[in-house]
Ligand binder design. Sequence first.
Ligand SMILES: C[C@H](O)CC(=O)SCCNC(=O)CCNC(=O)[C@H](O)C(C)(C)COP(=O)(O)OP(=O)(O)OC[C@H]1O[C@@H](n2cnc3c(N)ncnc32)[C@H](O)[C@@H]1OP(=O)(O)O
Length: 707
Amino acid sequence: MSEQNAFSLEIRDNGVAVITIDVPGESMNTLKDTFADEVGRLMNQLESNSDVKGVVFISGKPGSFIAGADINMINDCDTAADAESLARKGQAMFDRIEQLKVPVVAAINGACLGGGLELAMACHVRVATDNSKTQLGLPEVQLGLLPGSGGTQRLPQLVGVQQGITMMLTGKQLRAKQAQKAGLVDEVVPESILLDAAIKHALKAKPKAKKAQLKGISKVLEATSYGRNIIYKKASEQAQKKAQGNYPAIDKIIDSVRAGVEKGREAGLDKEARSFGELAMTRESFQLRQIFFATTEMKKETGADGVKPADIHRVGVLGGGLMGGGIAYVTAAKAGLPARIKDISHEGITHALHYSYERLNKKVKRRHMRRAEMEHTMLSLSGTLDYSGFERVDVVIEAVFEDLDLKQKMVADIEQNAKPETIFATNTSSLPITQIAAKAQRPENVIGLHYFSPVDKMPLAEIITHEGTSNETIATTVALAKKQGKTPIVVKDGAGFFVNRILAPYMNEAARLVLAGEPIEHVDKALLKFGFPVGPVTLLDEVGIDVGAKVAAILRKELGERFEPPAAFDKLIDDDRKGKKNQKGFYQYGKGVKGKPVDKSVYSLLNIEPQQKLEREEIAELCVLPMLNEAAYCLQEGIIRSPRDGDIGSVFGIGFPPFRGGPFRYMDEMGIGALVAKLEKLAEQRGDRYKPAPLLVEMAEQQRRFY
Ligand SMILES: C[C@H](O)CC(=O)SCCNC(=O)CCNC(=O)[C@H](O)C(C)(C)COP(=O)(O)OP(=O)(O)OC[C@H]1O[C@@H](n2cnc3c(N)ncnc32)[C@H](O)[C@@H]1OP(=O)(O)O
């Protein structure tokens, strides 16, 4: 065996051929087209050796099986034909594995995704470990692709058409036990006996091809082509409603499944390979792949070059409200660190503890977590009304009211009650970190750590530095945010930081359009169609109209006329319209309200006669262009460090359509010259707030791009 091989073969005395997959020089196995020849030679060896009684595929990497096809390789394809050929090579390789006359077993520990699961599904038996890292799924849709090496054919066969399509349309990953229940895994074992268990299966008789064990309505529907047509139609309708027609992979996944189920494997594989080639060339897939590369790159960064983060053993949380409760939860449950919550009342502490209890209990009920694990996590949370125990915490995260005096007092309290090196991270969303640090004795320890609500769900954290924040504080805070499961971006201090700053002009413009008479639901639909997860008016109701008004006023004061909010907030606030939280906003809420009807009384309150004048595309442009422009201002002013950080911040923080790559990639795609021309025209028609940022003008003149 040469050293360069990714697949190594050992034939044991009992006749079991153990094939270890260990791609040289990589931390995780990924599949490359060059492996086709290597696997081909292995298959020749196995087919010609009558002593071989069974085969086991196992990974040589600790903690992972195969993370899929190598995404760089897909990125390197120049034409649809290149990508299609990759898919066909994979299909042929897996077909040969499936056709072996002896039993073939996949021994799975850790990530088994995309092409990795496709290989495992070509095996006759799958044994997986009960390790929480063991996850099985076909996440290609998240890259704007479909499973290209037999996945669209084998998954429905094992788990059923309905469940298979759902898994491929969502990219959902299953843990071993869930996968077993679904019919994807045959046995779940502890990691220590994985290979032995797989070998046992390899020595048994070759099992018959498996068929999904369906029950109830699925069994009835999947039995006839009429029933299956209902499944295809419903799946497409539901997914397209959510995706607003923006993701071409959806229908190609369903069509490939349909071709295979209705016309046979050969037709299905052909459709799958051709679709894979076509999708790999779409701009949607290109942008989604760039997001994958950006996030992987960011996982390796410390936030301060060459600086090692300090060890964190314990975290303090100030305030047990919604944010504090969420922060304590991600600290204990995700980072695995003890969190001590200080509040001024017992109720506050109870609230925070309850927040974690509810989430953990749900996991236990769904069997995603053992009860003992939940109890262990709950024990790592504690509460206090004074600062007892704070002498041992390494980082304090403050989540109290947005009041500067109060936050400055918290800094002083922590300086008095914690260690000299304890970091003070504030979760403010609007107050400048410089001001919070203004009276600090050790301003180098003060930093912003801005989470988004709900803390346990939103993937982004903004880490905000002021002039005096030390590099060690930055690196340690970045490391903590990552442990809590967040993707952090480091930004400079300034009103609204990055995310809220680019959101404000977009929201203001949406409000202006409503005031000009565009129907509320029409404005929301236009931005949904553009690709945002919720429309701007709905978002304002969710965030709170009072909160929006407060932030808008701060940004106007700090950043100037460009941020002038439309003059409607006062009337809305006077009418006690706060949005969803008091069930009074732009939409109707409360018991008995079906769907999401607009609260039409808002029109008379604002003296508006709603009438649709603009097309959806015009509305989207009017709202999105100021957001893009503001992102350029942020880059120009050094608020963000790079276009990449701006793109990831926007996609993960506000759901900027990922298939557009983020504001900077979207601007590149549009062409900076074309963008500047549009902004200048709008500035003439609608006002100076549309004037292009100087950086954009300069880039247009020099014909530069962000990437
Ligand atoms: C034909 C087929 O149907 C097409 C396909 O299979 S397309 C690919 C489908 N697979 C995927 O989308 C999975 C992508 N990977 C992931 O989601 C995550 O990497 C993971 C959940 C597997 C592991 O996450 P995590 O433990 O945080 O490790 P992470 O830092 O992301 O990855 C470790 C290394 O593996 C690399 N990697 C992981 N999956 C990769 C892939 N599919 N292609 C290329 N590189 C990959 C990462 O770039 C990183 O490289 P580095 O060591 O040089 O930095």
